[in-house]
Design a protein around this ligand. Structure first.
Ligand code: FAD
Length: 483
């Protein structure tokens, strides 16, 4: 008789879960464990929106595991102590987990692996989160990539992605749990939910858990994948997969997503190729985080450490607050920030727009903007968020040059031409004709009056002048470059 602990972290699924599959194949008793230890991920423990997701996802996982025969044991950290104690209590001789790539987690896991091995346990880790491990892609010189396109070309050339995805991803046929399950806390005891119930919008928008992830993938494959190439640019239509939080929590794995795209015969279509490339960005983000572990706090492009950000005075604080609250007076920015607050998610184009507004028009430090995303996004992911903010701030890998500044009015006119998205989130300006909806402050007085809008009363004037703030940002950039 042999028992194995399967330490589940952000791989909250039964299907395509190599740590679980190997455990079921090689041992008579499988003990799935979740350990609550947010302080071990500091300063990037889960934010508010993620704690809600985690609560819901753990409940779904616990139900699925119980139905399969191996109930989830929930413990509190320190993780190493909890695993050692559980091994002693249950007589488990092995511990399995799937790898994560955040620097604090990598360091923790290394320490735990050593400790458990010294105690005589067999410890095995697996890849469930990525198509290809960060160390399996390298330049001709053996160095990590810093630019996406050559990274992705290399990855696709060296790895048969549809082939690799076509493995048996079914959940283990049998999951024999222990006769007497170890003592466990309830998910309730973890206190993941806030005291004030602000998460109704999240409840309405999402279905956390493995079943929800599969359903989301099926809807996307059936309805939006074929038109993804063009549809993904428009925040007013459901043109993207919205799989990001499911992928982040490992409720579905990227190989399963690739397999679904390939099975649909879509991999070779424009929509399928464009979608796989986005999954490639996810791989690239992890590649960067793994090889440049300091980047969540420091720009990859070190010269930006000397960037002359705004002084953190009262005016800057008020403008930052207006940005967070969706009251900046720029409708596309406000619509996006309200979508984020209400649903915990924001369309990719809008993430670029609001991050550009923050780092350039407001000239506030990218890391402070990244922290707000961290607390509000259900998909907050250290690899992708760091890449996205440094890209937008012009200081990361493959960055948009700092001097390329998104104009939120032009972006609205191009990607929300009829103003449908803005109208949905900023009803104050919905009565304006599409021609003026993205820049109410430029609308003639008669148009504003006809729509019943008085700027400054019904909807704010922009907190910054877009043109002047753009010029100030460019001047700051010149200063950084030494004149
Ligand atoms: P789809 O278009 O359907 O793409 C499929 C999947 O590919 C996504 O679910 C995601 O896992 C991955 N992906 C797509 N684009 C990117 C990208 N640019 N970088 C990395 N992975 C990508 N994504 C996160 O998952 N978490 C974050 O915290 C995050 N923060 C961001 C911050 C900024 C400033 C920016 C510009 C982008 C950020 N992104 C982040 C990337 C991207 O915006 C989201 O992954 C995407 O909007 C999620 O929606 P979707 O699932 O419908 O994407």
């Amino acid at each position: 008789m042999s028992a194995v602990l399967v330490w589940l972290r952000r791989d909250l699924r039964l299907a395509d879960n190599p740590a679980l599959a190997e455990a079921a194949a090689r041992h008579d008793t499988v003990i799935p464990v979740y350990i609550h230890a947010p302080e071990e991920e500091a300063p990037w423990g889960p934010g508010g929106a993620q704690r809600w997701w985690l609560d819901r996802s753990l409940r779904a996982l616990a139900a699925d595991l119980a139905a399969a025969g191996a109930p989830l044991t929930v413990r509190r950290g320190p993780s190493g102590d909890a695993l050692a104690a559980l091994a002693a209590e249950t007589g488990a001789t092995a511990v399995h987990w799937n790898r994560l790539y955040e620097p604090a987690v990598v360091a923790r896991d290394r320490g735990i692996k050593e400790r458990l091995r010294e105690a005589g346990l067999i410890v095995q880790s697996f890849n469930a989160a990525l198509l290809v491990e960060p160390w399996q892609v390298a330049t001709g010189q053996g160095t990590p990539y810093r630019v996406f396109t050559p990274f992705w070309k290399r990855l696709v050339a060296d790895h048969d992605l549809p082939g690799a995805a076509a493995h048996d991803a079914r959940p283990p046929a049998a999951l024999p749990g222990p006769a007497a399950p170890p003592a466990s806390e309830g998910v309730d005891d973890l206190g993941l939910l806030p005291a004030v119930r602000w998460y109704d919008g999240l409840e309405a928008a999402w279905h956390p858990g493995e079943a929800g992830a599969r359903a989301r993938l099926a809807v996307f494959a059936g309805e939006a994948l074929a038109g993804y190439d063009a549809g993904r640019e428009h925040p007013g239509v459901a043109g993207t997969s919205a799989l990001s939080p499911h992928l982040h929590f490992g409720e579905i794995g990227p190989r399963q997503v690739v397999a679904a795209v390939a099975a649909d015969g879509a991999a070779a279509t424009d929509g399928g190729e464009a979608f796989l490339r986005e999954l490639g960005w996810r791989e690239f983000a992890h590649h960067l985080l793994f090889h440049f572990p300091e980047t969540p706090q420091r720009p990859l492009d070190r010269k930006f450490e000397a960037f002359p950000w705004r002084d953190p005075d009262a005016e800057a604080a008020a403008e930052a607050e207006a940005w967070r609250a969706g009251g900046s007076g720029v409708p596309l920015v406000d619509a996006a920030m309200r979508q984020l607050w209400a649903t915990g998610w924001m369309h990719n184009r809008l993430r670029m727009v609001v991050a550009s507004f923050w780092t350039k028009n407001l000239r506030l430090p990218w890391l402070d903007g990244a922290r707000w995303f961290w607390d509000t996004l259900v998909d907050a992911d250290l690899a992708a968020n760091t890449l996205g903010w440094q890209w937008a701030g012009g200081c990361g890998a493959d960055a948009a040059p700092y001097f390329r500044i998104f104009n939120p009015v032009r972006q609205g006119e191009r990607f929300d031409p009829d103003g449908a998205f803005v109208s949905a989130w900023v009803p104050e300006v919905a009565a304006l004709p599409a021609k003026h909806i993205h820049a109410p402050w430029q609308a003639p007085g008669s148009v504003l009056a006809a729509a019943g809008i008085e700027l400054g009363r019904d909807y704010p004037r922009p907190v910054v002048d877009l043109k002047a703030s753009r010029e100030a940002a460019l001047a700051a950039f010149q200063e950084l470059r030494g004149g």
